[in-house]
Design a protein around this ligand. Structure first.
Ligand SMILES: [Fe+2]
Length: 231
């Protein structure tokens, strides 16, 4: 992936992004605000403290990677895509969290963004769960897809293990989910993705989870993977 100013913003003292009307967004500063707001919050006891911060950071990054792939020449909204990803779940814990989150970002980011940028970020946060309900601009769709993608692959396994440990359950409990509900969830969620490129990444993650679960099942029974037995 091409290196950009905003992309390496944590290493760049001149960090920021200039939008079409020449408003510079100070991404380092906004990232600090994101951490202060969400970095230690535990909204859901089945997920680690700070989950919404780290999840938001990943979603912003995933959404930007999709943008580069799908809209290679449209980098004018990269700042709002990134910040929208960072803050999309800031309202978690008070439902409907996307509506509450849209109100919160207005207060949190008011002094850090232009009016237009703030409106786009509000649009991302306020619509991130309302997938395919209407036509959305690409910067909303990209964060919607990034949000889904971050819940699958190795992250899906991480969340499943957290859930299992929280309920003080054993390996059979974790495996039972993959046997009964995982497939239905995959089919339902895949339908909600906006871009075929996102579907390809989603399918790759799904394949990884299936092969991992297969191995987990075998090793969970004490089988040595690759052992052929005595001739
Ligand atoms: Fe999310």
């Amino acid at each position: 992936m091409k290196e950009k100013g905003f992309w390496n913003h944590t290493k760049n003292t001149e960090a920021g992004l200039v939008d079409g009307v020449n408003n510079k967004v100070d991404l380092d500063q906004i990232q600090k605000v994101a951490f202060e707001t969400m970095g230690h919050r535990q909204v859901n006891p089945q997920r680690e403290p700070g989950y919404i911060y780290y999840h938001g950071q990943r979603v912003g990054k995933i959404a930007l990677q999709l943008r580069e792939l799908i809209f290679p020449f449209q980098d004018q909204d990269d700042g709002v895509i990134l910040v929208g990803g960072w803050f999309h779940d800031v309202g978690k814990g008070i439902e409907p969290h996307w509506e509450y989150g849209a109100l919160l970002v207005e207060r949190i980011l008011g002094e850090h963004c232009s009016v237009d940028q703030l409106e786009q970020i509000r649009e991302i946060v306020g619509n991130h769960t309302l997938r395919k309900e209407k036509e959305y601009p690409h910067y909303v769709q990209l964060v919607q897809d990034g949000d889904i993608l971050d819940h699958f692959g190795s992250q899906e396994i991480w969340l499943n293990f957290w859930h299992t440990a929280y309920h003080k359950q054993n390996l059979d409990y974790a495996l039972e989910f993959y046997e009964t509900r995982y497939q239905k969830q995959v089919v339902k969620v895949r339908e909600l993705l906006n871009f075929e490129e996102s579907v390809e990444f989603f399918n790759e993650k799904d394949r990884f989870v299936r092969s991992f679960v297969e191995r987990l099942r075998k090793e969970g029974m004490g089988d040595l993977v690759g052992y052929k037995g005595k001739d």
